[in-house]
Write a protein of this length. Sequence first.
Length: 112
Amino acid sequence: ANLEAEALRDAGVILEAGALGPNRSLSDSLGVASFDGVYHFLPDRDRKLDPFVNGGYSLMFRSGHAHLGNYGGGVNYWFARHFGARVEFRDHLRTQGVAVHYWGVRFGISIH
């Protein structure tokens, strides 16, 4: 039972929405909404570095929509117990028709 509790503490879900596109103009961007699972390799609350992997489903939309898969990974750096910085690599993969990859490096703030 303890191993199951530890595994559940290491895993979680992510819901997010944002934009993907060139940096020239926001009007050239696509909307992206994702629902992902995440696994933290070193979930000790006292660690500063917190590496993780994630993956799941993405919906890309603008005048129409497309269903994609996504996967990635990165690291959180915790400045304080509940506040940190995050860097992540993410690939949104369209598999309908010809496979297309939408790679990106993402930076953000982590709060838990």
